[in-house]
Ligand binder design. Structure first.
Ligand SMILES: *Cc1c(COP(=O)(O)O)cnc(C)c1O
Length: 453
């Protein structure tokens, strides 16, 4: 067995981490999990304050989820879905069709969220080439400022976060960009007005619109106003633009409902699922499509209506088995009706207390929450709306201090992101906020009194 020191050294040298400046990478090596906690190789415990990057639902090392995987493992680890099928993949497809809104009836499997979005984009393009009333001029996508839909080239193209996506510009397909529907920068009517104007002018060339419903996650949990998503649905219908809802973050209860679209009674034409689909246990993603979309791909072999796209491990039986077990647990634990409501109430209360804290409050800008997701903007001066300077890396420092205190958080710039697993207990959620409060006191207050460089 390698020692912690060796693992640290090898991690720095061999393992190129996602979204990480490796020149200054500081390893945190976890080897064990239980419930909402993770343990590192030195035995130090961390509360998982961001659900292992927004995907854990029922806690780590859950006996029922483990049993689903080992039970399936004893039968079959993997078989292809090209030309054959397997029981968990079939049952999961049926289950997803039942629990997602409306007539999202058909499931295309992939292994990560980016690919699920990629599938949705390609399906929409091909749809307009070959549906009953083809509109072959529809070749572009409409996406929003600050959007994040993944890191493959198609999903990067629809992404709108400048410092992630700008450098790849020359590689990407053309996208019609509408400003972020952030509710701080316009009413629902104003945002819908902007979208409507763009659609009125360009709908003839737009195949699909892709949106993160209610919350733009990676941009810093930017929230949309009430009625916005419903308005988007109406506009998409009116202008014959397919609506892709990217529920990769918001799906499976994060927002307080099973899917964010349900808050607005919206049925998209396509829905992308990932992250929590397997409760954060195994890589799997899905693109759900309505019958209308699906049927455009049916025909005789020689008609060339087939969707020529696939992923080697799509529909993997181990992943499907744990996804099914997770959905069972969501239902059996009454996650939506009983587990989440008191936790969300406590979550809101603790966020309020942070904002009202005499010393910390001055360093919090906007504080946004939906369900068990929150984004907390750190600012040098709330009253005069002065941000910290980027080089101060305040978000990073606050989360580092919180992690040292035993609560793992990962920021987005100067936004502290809180996305605890829905199963977090009252005591654990208090622990999270207590640790965060202490590090905010330490970092924000300290930095504020330092002379500016
Ligand atoms: C994480 C995420 C993706 C990409 O999923 P990966 O599994 O990381 O490829 C896509 N869309 C949204 C909204 C996400 O948050």
């Amino acid at each position: 067995m390698a020692t912690s020191e060796e693992l640290n050294e090898w991690d720095r040298h061999y393992l190129w981490h996602a979204f990480t400046q490796m020149a200054e990478h500081e390893p945190l090596i976890v080897e064990r999990g239980e419930g909402c906690f993770l343990w590192d190789t030195d035995g130090k415990r961390y509360l998982d304050g961001v659900s292992s990057l927004w995907c854990n639902l029922h806690g780590h090392n859950h006996p029922q989820l483990n049993a689903a995987i080992s039970g399936q493992l004893a039968k079959l680890a993997h078989a292809t879905t090209l030309g054959m099928s397997n029981p968990p993949a079939i049952e999961l497809a049926r289950r997803l069709a039942q629990i997602t809104p409306g007539d999202l009836e058909h499931v295309f499997y992939s292994c990560d969220g980016s690919s699920a979005v990629e599938v949705a984009l390609k399906v929409c393009f091909q749809y307009w080439q070959q549906c009953d009333a083809p509109k072959p001029k529809k070749k572009k996508y409409l996406a929003f400022g600050n959007a994040y839909h993944g890191d493959t080239l198609g999903s990067t193209a629809v992404g709108g976060i400048q410092h992630f996506h700008e450098i790849f510009g020359p590689l990407l397909c053309e996208v019609v960009r509408v400003p972020s529907p952030d509710r701080r920068f316009g009413t629902t009517e104003e945002h819908l007005g902007k979208l409507g104007a763009v659609l009125a002018e360009q709908h003839e060339t737009i195949a699909a619109l892709v949106i993160e419903p209610l919350v733009q996650g990676a941009a810093g949990l930017l929230m949309q106003g009430e009625g916005y998503l419903r308005g988007v649905r109406e506009l998409c219908t009116r202008y014959e633009v397919l609506m892709i809802a990217d529920e990769i973050v918001t799906g499976f209860g994060r927002t307080g409902k099973l899917f964010a679209c349900e808050h607005e009674n919206v049925v998209p034409d396509l829905m992308c699922l990932g992250k929590s689909l397997t409760a954060g246990y195994l890589p799997m993603a899905a693109t759900m499509v309505t019958s209308k979309v699906y049927e455009a791909f049916l025909g005789e072999y020689h008609e060339q209506r087939t969707f020529y796209h696939g992923h080697t491990f799509g529909g993997n039986p181990l992943a499907a088995a744990v996804a099914l077990a997770s959905i069972d647990l969501v239902e059996a634990s009454k996650m939506l009706s009983e587990v989440l409501p008191p936790r969300i109430e406590q979550f809101c209360l603790r966020l309020q207390r942070l904002e009202q804290h005499p010393e910390i409050g001055r360093h919090l800008g906007d504080v946004r929450q939906l369900g068990l997701m929150a984004g907390v903007d750190l600012v040098a001066d709330r009253e005069n709306n002065i941000p910290y300077e980027a080089h101060q890396r305040v978000g990073y420092q606050v989360c580092k201090a919180t992690t040292e205190a035993g609560v793992w958080l990962r920021p987005l710039g100067d936004v502290v992101v809180l996305i605890p697993p829905p199963v977090i207990s009252e005591e654990e959620l208090d622990l999270l906020f207590d640790a965060l409060t202490q590090s905010l006191l330490k970092i924000c207050v300290e930095i504020a009194v330092q002379p500016q460089a």
